[in-house]
Design a protein around this ligand. Structure first.
Ligand code: ZN
Length: 141
C-alpha cells in the first residue's frame, strides 16, 4: 500500500471517528433531505440553511452507516460552508465525477481528495455519493 493510500485511510477514519457538524438544524428556513443506501444500510439526513447573502451559513448531518458514508457526509459539511447554491452544486458535480473515477479531486488540499480511492470499489461508490445525492435533493436539483 502506498503512503498516499495510508494517508487517505487515516483521513477517512478521522472523519468517521470524529464527525464534523453532526446534528440537525431547526427553523423555517432550513432545507433538508433524507436518503438511504439500501445496499449498505447507510442512512443520512442533511440539513442546511442559507444566510441573507445566499451563502450556506450552517450545514449538519445525522444518520448512521459505514465509515465511507459517514466520512463523506462529514467532509461535505466542512466543504459547503460559505458556498452559494451554485457553488455547492458545482462542488457536487466535481466530487461525483471523482467518485466515478472520471475527474480529479475538487481541490487537492481538501480532505475530499481522500475519497478518490473509492472509485476503485464500485460497491462503495454508493456509500460515498449518498450525502451528495442528499445535497441535490435538499437544494431541489
Ligand atoms: Zn456504506
Amino acid at each position: 500500500m502506498s503512503d498516499l493510500e495510508d494517508l487517505y485511510r487515516e483521513v477517512i477514519l478521522d472523519h468517521y471517528r470524529n464527525p464534523r457538524n453532526r446534528g440537525t438544524l431547526t427553523g423555517d428556513a432550513v432545507v433538508r433531505a433524507e436518503l438511504q443506501n439500501p445496499t449498505c444500510g447507510d442512512e443520512i439526513e442533511l440539513a442546511l440553511v442559507f444566510d441573507d447573502q445566499g451563502r450556506i451559513a450552517d450545514v449538519r448531518f445525522a444518520g448512521r452507516g459505514c465509515s465511507i458514508s459517514m466520512a463523506s457526509a462529514s467532509m461535505l459539511t466542512e466543504a459547503l460552508r460559505g458556498k452559494t447554491r451554485e457553488d455547492a452544486l458545482e462542488l457536487d458535480r466535481q466530487v461525483q465525477a471523482m467518485l466515478r473515477g472520471e475527474g480529479d479531486p475538487p481541490s487537492p488540499d481538501q480532505d475530499l481528495a481522500a475519497l478518490s480511492g473509492v472509485a476503485q470499489f464500485p460497491v462503495r461508490v454508493k456509500c460515498a455519493t449518498l450525502a451528495w445525492h442528499a445535497l441535490e435533493h435538499a437544494l431541489g436539483s
